[in-house]
Structure formats: C-alpha cells, structure tokens
Design a protein around this ligand. Structure first.
Ligand SMILES: C[S@@+](CC[C@H](N)C(=O)[O-])C[C@H]1O[C@@H](n2cnc3c(N)ncnc32)[C@H](O)[C@@H]1O
Length: 256
C-alpha cells in the first residue's frame, strides 16, 4: 500500500485522538483474556504495548493490582493516557510513556503480563511474538488481539479492502500455526471479541467524530475524501462484520 500523505495523517489523527479507544476492544474482553491466564502474581509487572489513549490500560489497572507500563509511539495518545491515569488516581502504579514497542523500557525476563490490543500487526505477528518473548519471565503471559478472517469465502468487496490494507491478515488457524512455528509459547486459549467491542467505544464515537469534523473540513474536498474513506471502513464493518473480527490470543511463555 502507498504511504498515505501527511494531510491524510493529520485528518486521521484529528478523528482518532478524540475517540475513547483506537481499535476494537472492551473491558469484558480484557477480563475474559485475563481469566484465561489463570493465576497471576499478586502485583504483576504489566507491559501494555501500543496502548493508544490507554483504554485497555485503565481496564488492566481496574482488573489487576499490577504495576503497568503503557507504551505508544504517538505522543498525543500518550498524553491522553497520562491524563486518564492521573484522573483515576492511578499514578503510583501506572505510567504511560512515548516509546517503540520493539524496545520496551524494561529488563528482559521481568514482565509477568505483556498486553497488546490491536497493535501487534504493526510489527507483524511473527516478529511481535519473537521480539516480545525475551521480556516475559518464564511462565509469564502474552495477550494480544489480531484481525482475522472469520469466513473463508468473503465477498470480493471486503476481501479487496483487507488485501489492500493488511495483506498478511489470516484466519485463527493461520495464527495458531504461526504461534506453533515461533515456539516457546503454550496456548492458553483464544476467542473472538464480540461485535459490541467494535461499536461501543470505537465505531459509534468515530461516526460522531466524523460528523462533527465535516464542517471544519468542508472547504477542502481532499480532506472530505479522507473522512469518507474512514467512514467507509465503518460502513464495511456494518455490512460485512461477520466476515472478519478481532481474535484475542492468550499465550504463556514456556520454561516455568
Ligand atoms: C489500533 S491502535 C490500538 C490502540 C489501543 N491498544 C486500543 O486498542 O485502543 C494501534 C496503536 O499502536 C501504536 N503503535 C504503532 N506502532 C508502534 C510502535 N512501533 N511502538 C509503539 N506503538 C506503536 C499506534 O500509535 C496506535 O496507538
């Protein structure tokens, strides 16, 4: 895919920075993934990679007594995560930082729970699994979500969109085979996040945000086209949401 223009990113972030979260997910799914981990240490050391504005960081802070380092490369998302952390009085045990998830700011072998909702695909799942494994202590857990095909026969329109946006996307079986090939992880479980996790805190506020931004960008047809393309993704999900979804994978690092 051609790299989008700076103007595209300006408008994209004008939409995304105003959202409660930057990808599909919700508290119930985070709780379900945590339950698949089984027993964690009383105050687990948690890394939340590609945290965006911190939606799942706050869920993890609520669902565990963990010490959390949340990391994202986009500074305005991190500022918003920091604002939410401070507003929740979570400062003593939760920190959000700007950084690169290929080099988390923690020592190898010290992380009890490595969490990544909707961001592993930036590295590619195989690279993410290999890069993050050394940061986990033996017996530590890796929970991540990833876009997957739910149907093998999607209509051409939806297949072509994903082939353009994310050609490496595969199905659950493809991801399980990849996890097996990388090695060093035991699968604890996996599940498809419910459709409400796409709408409640993501696409519904995104639709409202796009509508609110229309007057601002009305004088610029190219900007309007960017808003149309973002809205098109929502429309596609409304029509073809049964063909693809987000799968939560819960893995345990072997060796304990
Ligand atoms: C789809 S969003 C998901 C955000 C958040 N986890 C959520 O579900 O709301 C993906 C996030 O990954 C971040 N990201 C992409 N590449 C990154 C990298 N190399 N290091 C850190 N963050 C990265 C993006 O800035 C973005 O916030």
């Amino acid at each position: 895919m051609a790299e989008p223009s700076p103007r595209f990113w300006e408008i994209f972030f004008d939409v995304y920075e105003a959202l409660p979260r930057q990808g599909p997910g919700n508290r119930a799914s985070a709780a379900r993934a945590l339950a698949l981990c089984g027993e964690l240490p009383p105050e687990p050391a948690i890394l939340d990679l590609g945290c965006g504005a911190g939606a799942q960081t706050l869920h993890l802070a609520e669902l565990t007594a963990g010490r959390i380092v949340a990391l994202d490369s986009h500074a305005p998302f991190v500022s918003e995560a920091q604002r939410r952390i401070a507003a929740g009085g979570l400062g003593p045990r939760v920190a959000a930082r700007v950084g690169d998830m290929t080099a988390p700011p923690v020592a190898p072998g010290t992380t009890d729970l490595l969490w990544c909702e909707g961001a592993a695909y930036f590295l590619g799942i195989e690279r993410a699994l290999r890069t993050w494994q050394p940061f986990l202590r033996a017996g530590g857990h890796l929970c991540f979500t990833e876009a997957v095909w739910l149907r093998s026969d999607p209509p051409a329109e939806v297949r072509e969109m994903w082939e353009k946006e994310y050609p490496a996307m595969t199905d659950v079986a493809g991801n399980l085979a990849l996890i097996e090939r990388v090695g060093g992880y035991d699968l604890r479980g996996h599940f498809t996040v419910p459709d409400t996790a796409w709408w409640d805190d993501f696409y519904t506020p995104m639709e409202r945000r796009i509508a609110a931004l229309r007057p601002k960008y009305a004088p610029d047809p190219a900007a309007g086209a960017v808003l149309d393309s973002i809205a098109g993704e929502i429309d596609l999900h409304r029509r073809f949401g049964d063909c693809y979804g987000y799968e939560f994978f819960v893995l345990r690092r072997g060796g304990a």
